[in-house]
Design a protein around this ligand. Sequence first.
Ligand code: RB5
Length: 146
Amino acid sequence: MKIALGSDHAGFQAKEALKLALATAGHVVEDLGTKSTESVDYSDFGLRVARAVSEGAADRGIAICGTGIGMCIAANKVRGIRAAVAHDAFTAEMSRRHNDANVLCLGARLLAEDRIRELSRLWLETPFEGGRHERRIGRISDYEKG
Ligand code: RB5
């Protein structure tokens, strides 16, 4: 799978570790920054990841900041993006099964690197259930189209 990956300074170390794990698992990773622990604005990187998915340059996106919240708020402003913050296996799995989330937002100040790796793996592998959930996300897409 082609994955757009991004973080701010708070998520930088976790992003670097996740990048290696994803590549080792056979994914094609596009690292959209940031490139160091120097302070940056999470919004820039959340929007970059979301745009890569929205424009079809990546199949999915993963964005890491301190809490995952800022990345999620930013990413959800981009057309076609369903970004979800996951803190545990249940939220990671349900964001795929019921919400067809295409961007996963994670908090590096809450989750250890191995947890981030595990939640990302689970999220990437979990399919969307479709059915009644298709209709529900369709309502959101309709609203977005105006
Ligand atoms: C940076 O200090 C922090 O605000 C950011 O990483 C993120 O948690 C925002 O939602």
